[in-house]
Ligand binder design. Structure first.
Ligand SMILES: Cc1ncc(COP(=O)(O)OP(=O)(O)O)c(N)n1
Ligand code: 3NM
Ligand code: MG
Length: 238
């Protein structure tokens, strides 16, 4: 086995995230954590603390500006924690890094490669997500290419990325009406503004600053999101 190659048996996490996904009738909405753009080796304690706060469906390692060796070194303990907690471990941008790590999946932006090619490399059980911005057309192409989820955004202004596209909740409703493939909503999502996104039919919300920059701490932020997502699903908040 190559250095840094970790093979995990994280099947429960895969089923809970987008493998074998069937949209439940009461449409719950899962929480998908995006890592801070920069982390060090102590971040693993913050990740555990976040998971202590409540349900998390997936964690994406999104580190910009580091080479793959550096990301692989940081990834190893995080991937183990995800496997222990049945949280899908998704690598951003790089199919080769996802393959090297034996990650549960990869997230591909429009410039990060082709979902069908990623499938050939990563195999049938890999979770492949594709950024679709605010485009119905891109989402349908992603679905045709075998993506496991389509990501729409940004829904709100964000400090975590320079975004060029903004999406409106209507695209989530349109998608949920026509397709079984799960959608992920991303961009500036907080406990204060998530309700309309849930109401529109997002299957998952992806959150970075709303967790890692929360004054209350990452565990309470995850707990707060769980509460609010549940209330929004039940129509108790709008
Ligand atoms: C869940 C999710 N959705 C969208 C993105 C953005 O991907 P991309 O457009 O490739 O931008 P970067 O994240 O690579 O800066 C994402 N990472 N995750
Ligand atoms: C990584 C990313 N992609 C986006 C998109 O619109 O495609 S918005 C975004 C940043 C998400 O972080 P936060 O929850 O802090 O806004
Ligand atoms: Mg990308």
């Amino acid at each position: 086995m190559a250095e840094n190659e970790i093979l995990t048996d994280n099947d429960e996490a895969l089923d809970a995230f987008t493998n074998n996904y069937q949209r439940p009738s009461e449409n719950p909405c899962g929480l998908y954590l995006i890592s801070p753009p920069e982390i060090d080796e102590h971040f693993v304690e913050r990740l555990k603390k976040a998971f202590d706060g409540g349900d998390v469906s997936a964690f994406q390692l999104r580190l910009k500006g580091l080479n793959e060796h550096a990301i692989a070194r940081l990834a190893e303990p995080l991937q183990k924690v995800c496997a222990d907690r049945d949280v899908a471990f998704i690598v951003n941008d790089s199919v080769s890094l996802a393959k090297r790590l034996g990650a549960d999946g990869v997230h591909l932006g429009q410039g990060d490669g082709d979902a069908a090619e990623a499938r050939v490399i990563l195999g049938p059980s890999a979770q492949i997500g594709v950024t679709c911005h605010n485009s119905r057309h891109l989402a349908m192409i992603a679905g045709e290419k075998g993506a496991d989820y389509v990501a729409f955004g940004a829904f709100y202004p964000t400090t975590s990325k320079d975004v060029r596209y903004y999406a409106r909740p209507e695209i989530l409703s349109w998608w949920a009406t026509l397709f079984e493939l799960p959608s992920v909503a991303i961009g500036g999502i907080t406990t204060e503004n998530v309700a309309p996104i849930v109401k529109a039919g997002a299957d998952f919300v992806a959150v970075c600053a709303g967790i890692w920059k929360a004054k209350e701490g990452e565990d309470k932020a995850v707990a707060h999101f769980n509460t609010v997502l549940d209330q929004a699903v039940k129509g108790e908040i709008a």
